[in-house]
Design a protein around this ligand. Structure first.
Ligand SMILES: [Zn+2]
Length: 295
């Protein structure tokens, strides 16, 4: 432990300086004092939860948000104010992004087959759609990446949307760029990529994974109304990614079709997805496929 004062001349020159009892969890925390600059600090100063008043909710909140509980309901279950939950989500997301990066480094080089797809959801209204691009390891079902990007309304809604909200920027390309930049270092060089016939994928695959093989399959009809990802066909070549999309919709309540909960801000959806990705890869997935226990 060293002095937290960045302009301190001898930051190693510290001594113990008593204790305090942290009110929130009754833990005894060691205090320190710097003999050079007289700065006082404690063992908690360096904690990533520094100055949080409700540290105890962090791990449960992560589980609730990955288990189809809304932020408001999570606040009620945890017995805290809903703004406490709102403020804590970006912190948890940041932490999960770091853990996700570490997780990807662990599986790096061992990913030979992936499936990619886009899940469509919305920001407030169907006139403002969002795309979530998903990359999944075909054999182990690991979620390799989830990227949110805004897209303009399509189909019958397109001209109503333009009338009501004006032209909406298409940022799908940026989303795909972020996804491929993150996953390219993790994938084997001659990775096999399976996807539907989305017109944008070939460009980004060629750019970021020049040695990859790309197989495309035409889209199939859904088997259950409202569950577009679960297909009617007997054998779905894109089953793994479609099933992962359905899992996301079932466990992140703002992705459920016809839900009361919606995304008000694409950045918050990205936060929620990053939290889910960590929970899914490291808690849910090992329960069904104990693939990582040995590696
Ligand atoms: Zn100092």
């Amino acid at each position: 432990m060293t002095c937290p004062n960045t302009s301190c001349a001898f930051p190693q020159n510290i001594v113990r300086d008593g204790f305090f009892r942290r009110k929130e969890d009754s833990k005894i925390i060691q205090r320190f004092r710097c003999k050079t600059c007289r700065q006082r600090f404690s063992a908690a100063t360096f904690s990533e939860a520094y100055r949080q008043k409700r540290r105890r909710i962090n791990s449960t909140l992560m589980k609730l948000l990955s288990s189809n509980v809304s932020q408001r309901r999570a606040a009620i279950i945890l017995g805290v104010h809903r703004r406490t939950v709102e403020r804590r989500v970006p912190f948890l997301a940041q932490k999960c992004r770091r853990l996700n990066e570490r997780f990807l480094r662990r599986v790096s080089g061992s990913v030979h087959n992936i499936q990619i797809d886009d899940l469509i959801t919305k920001e407030n209204s169907k006139l403002k759609p969002l795309a979530v691009t998903i990359a999944v390891d075909e054999h182990r079902r690991i979620i390799l990446g989830l990227e949110v990007s805004q897209i303009p309304a399509f189909g019958l809604l397109a001209h109503i949307a333009i009338k009501k909200y004006g032209t909406r920027k298409d940022e799908h390309g940026q989303g795909l760029t972020r996804l491929f930049q993150k996953i390219a270092p993790v994938l084997a060089r001659e990775v096999l990529i399976k996807s539907d016939e989305h017109k944008r994928y070939p460009f980004y695959i060629a750019k970021y994974l020049p040695r990859a093989r790309h197989e495309t399959y035409p889209s199939e009809r859904a088997c259950v109304a409202g569950q577009g990802e679960l297909k009617k066909v007997r054998y779905d070549p894109l089953f793994i990614v479609n099933h992962t999309c359905a899992t996301l919709r079932a466990n992140i309540n703002r992705l459920i079709r016809k839900t009361w909960c919606t995304t008000k801000n694409p950045k918050r959806l990205q936060n929620h997805l990053d939290i889910f990705m960590y929970y899914y890869n490291s808690v849910l997935l090992p329960q069904v496929t104990p693939f990582l226990s040995g590696s």
